[in-house]
Design a binder for this molecule. Structure first.
Ligand SMILES: *[C@@H]1O[C@H](CO)[C@@H](O)[C@H](O)[C@H]1NC(C)=O
Ligand SMILES: *[C@@H]1O[C@H](CO)[C@@H](O)[C@H](O)[C@H]1NC(C)=O
Ligand SMILES: *[C@@H]1O[C@H](CO)[C@@H](O)[C@H](O)[C@H]1NC(C)=O
Ligand SMILES: *[C@@H]1O[C@H](CO)[C@@H](O)[C@H](O)[C@H]1NC(C)=O
Ligand SMILES: *[C@@H]1O[C@H](CO)[C@@H](O)[C@H](O)[C@H]1NC(C)=O
Ligand SMILES: *[C@@H]1O[C@H](CO)[C@@H](O)[C@H](O)[C@H]1NC(C)=O
Ligand SMILES: *[C@@H]1O[C@H](CO)[C@@H](O)[C@H](O)[C@H]1NC(C)=O
Ligand SMILES: *[C@@H]1O[C@H](CO)[C@@H](O)[C@H](O)[C@H]1NC(C)=O
Ligand SMILES: *[C@@H]1O[C@H](CO)[C@@H](O)[C@H](O)[C@H]1NC(C)=O
Length: 549
């Protein structure tokens, strides 16, 4: 099943000059947020806002800056019964459509009922009483998320966890008064965000900057572990790096700049910005469990263009898939024996392939090894049974899709859950290592290093020769509107996948997708969600992001 092919030429020249930065300063304390990983697919944080306190959860967003909440005037909290439902049966699709206002799965916030909260005017820089006087905003982000609403201010309680050297920990919270945020009246995703990015819209503010102003942290920076592998805690550490979270080499990168030729998402500076966490992929390959590696070709073909690695990719914590060049995806599909199911627009693979090795993302000197099991999504039928191939083997969706869908490459959650990520927004630098996969409870005392310069503590410079010439170009996405709803379909109803053309090797020269089809009608998961006609059609795709508990 996992056939390794001829080894392609090794992409990177070995023996590159490396140096490790000295990280002398340490700190005793940094704000550590404990995160909740939902269904292995979404990373959330519980927060309390206003007085009396209202509790809701926000989804972590590494690409975007705003802290925004679904406002009670325009959103209704979803019934909690839905979240505890264990079967993904057809009743869930019926309930959501019954609501007049969209249902927010992780809660809503009501500004009216908070005595400490009010609307805010960005122009006058003052709190205002009515929505009419508040600054209205309408943001669209590169990853396709759109939000509109008004500026507001209120008090926030950030629950934090302090771990002591003796192994015990204590829960408390940090209160920040008069924090500005976005009170949303519309969005194509119904879960609010804890934005970790750099503000790049008018009136946009980062909650991390409040922690910096309050002197809790030095620079506007954070590090993040989103994995639950071997019971490691998913945490967000503001302002610094934790020594025990790093596995192997920890490499530093500058943010790769982006040019959005469509100027649809990046509207400033003629579509140019260097404020997004974009990293250069220098190659993609696989390693079998016996240690044998394959590197896919250095050149790739897209719809009607060819290119060579390095290819920049946006890091995004709200996207379920990795979007990579089309021809590289074909190579990956061949290695894993994955079939393209056109009705679902996903690549289906025998779930057993999860145990046979890793998919390797090369970022210059760093190789992020993602166990194949960590990039597979189980597929269920309407009745809750497993989707299976004719052989009876379970079918999983491969968490990779072609990047012409987006018009640029993107590394989403399946990548993030395999790395330790540190970002210093003030200097637009980031560092990445593999995650610690050791089962043993780490006995070494954790040492925290503050981020306080362009150099990320404990990281070494990465050597990518053509680094300075790399720019990410966002082109018009190739997706036809008629194809869109398919991307939201995750389930099939008939329970079985029929692979008809398993002998036909897909021809990479001709470019078409591998043959293969599956039986059964599909159910549109999207239909259970509101589709705002005011939003561009591409955004329907992103309904995926809220299709969680
Ligand atoms: C990166 O590696 C190349 C090839 O080994 C070397 O020529 C170059 O000097 C290195 N650059 C840096 C900045 O270390
Ligand atoms: C480490 O390498 C970077 C560039 O790769 C260079 O700018 C820096 O001076 C080096 N530091 C040391 C201590 O050699
Ligand atoms: C909040 O107050 C405004 C103005 O008084 C009102 O229009 C709106 O319906 C209220 N929202 C809620 C959720 O009560
Ligand atoms: C939502 O907010 C935006 C920006 O202020 C405004 O233009 C729009 O009319 C509002 N929509 C609704 C339904 O209130
Ligand atoms: C661990 O250390 C903290 C802070 O020094 C202290 O408050 C706590 O009581 C200690 N716990 C134990 C079990 O010793
Ligand atoms: C801290 O909170 C978590 C859940 O939020 C709970 O599981 C844990 O027991 C709490 N720890 C302490 C020391 O209260
Ligand atoms: C690819 O095709 C699209 C439309 O088919 C066209 O707009 C675009 O310019 C082409 N790109 C290249 C690099 O040829
Ligand atoms: C969990 O830890 C064990 C023992 O250290 C290791 O063999 C295993 O690969 C780890 N699991 C994952 C998913 O990394
Ligand atoms: C980062 O932190 C250092 C140390 O406190 C400080 O000197 C520097 O000004 C900070 N950088 C920015 C851009 O705030």
């Amino acid at each position: 099943m996992f056939q390794l092919k001829v080894l392609f030429l090794a992409l990177l020249t070995a023996a590159m000059a490396k140096n490790t930065t000295s990280a002398s300063a340490t700190v005793d304390w940094l704000p550590v947020f404990k995160l909740k990983v939902r269904d292995n697919r979404a990373i959330d944080y519980t927060i309390e806002i206003g007085s009396p306190r209202q509790t809701l959860e926000l989804r972590l967003d590494v690409g975007n800056a705003n802290l925004w909440v679904p406002g009670a005037d325009s959103f209704t909290a979803c019934p909690t019964a839905r979240a505890t439902s264990t079967t993904a049966d057809s009743t869930t699709s019926g309930t959501a459509s019954a609501y007049v206002t969209p249902c927010a799965p992780l809660g809503v916030y009501d500004l009216n009922s908070s005595s400490s909260g009010s609307y805010f005017s960005g122009v006058g820089d003052i709190a205002v009483d009515s929505e009419d006087d508040a600054t209205g905003v309408d943001y669209s982000y590169l990853d396709g998320i759109e939000i509109s609403g008004h500026l507001a201010v209120d008090g926030f309680d950030f629950p934090i966890q302090d771990a002591f050297r003796n192994g015990s920990s204590v829960n408390h919270s940090l209160a920040l008064q008069d924090m500005r945020f976005l009170y949303a009246n519309d969005s194509n995703v119904n879960t609010g965000a804890l934005g970790l990015g750099i503000p790049c819209h008018d009136y946009s503010v980062s909650f991390i900057d409040y922690f910096k102003k309050a002197d809790f942290i030095k620079n506007s920076s954070y590090s993040l572990v989103t994995s639950t592998v071997n019971k490691s805690d998913p945490v967000l550490i503001l302002g610094g790096v934790s020594s025990t979270r790093i596995s192997g080499d920890f490499y530093q990168y500058d943010f790769v700049p982006v040019v959005d030729v469509t100027q649809r998402f990046v509207t400033i500076n003629g579509g140019y910005t260097d404020t997004l966490p974009i990293v250069p992929i220098t190659g993609i390959g696989v390693t079998a469990s016996d240690g044998e590696s394959v590197m896919f070709p250095h050149t790739f073909t897209e719809q009607n263009a060819t290119g060579t690695y390095p290819k920049p990719a946006l890091l995004d914590s709200r996207t379920l898939y990795n979007f990579i060049p089309y021809s590289t995806l074909i190579e990956l599909a061949l290695e894993l024996n994955a079939y393209y199911a056109s009705d679902m627009d996903v690549w289906l693979v025998n779930c057993d392939v999860g145990s046979v090795g890793t998919i390797d993302i090369h970022l210059g000197d760093l190789v992020v090894k993602m166990p194949i099991s960590s990039v597979l999504y189980e597929q269920k039928n309407d009745d809750g049974s497993d989707l299976v191939f004719q052989s009876g083997d379970k079918a999983c969706a491969l968490a990779f899709l072609p990047d012409n869908t987006f018009g640029y490459s993107l590394l989403g959650l399946p990548f993030l859950k395999n790395i330790y990520l540190a970002v210093n927004n003030d200097y637009r630098t980031l560092a990445i290592s593999n995650i610690v996969r050791d089962n043993k409870k780490n006995t070494k005392a954790d040492v925290l290093y503050p981020m306080e310069s362009e150099t990320i503590p404990l990281a070494r410079y990465n050597n990518i020769s053509s680094y300075s010439e790399i720019t990410m170009t966002v082109t018009t996405y190739a997706l036809k509107p008629s194809q869109l709803p398919k991307y939201t379909e995750v389930f099939v109803s008939d329970g079985e996948v029929y692979v008809t053309g398993s002998d036909d090797s897909p021809s990479t020269s001709a470019g078409p997708s591998p043959s293969g089809s599956y039986s059964g009608s599909t159910r549109s998961a999207a239909s259970s969600h509101r589709q705002s006609t005011a939003l561009p059609s591409l955004l329907v795709l992103l309904v995926l992001f809220v299709y969680f508990l």
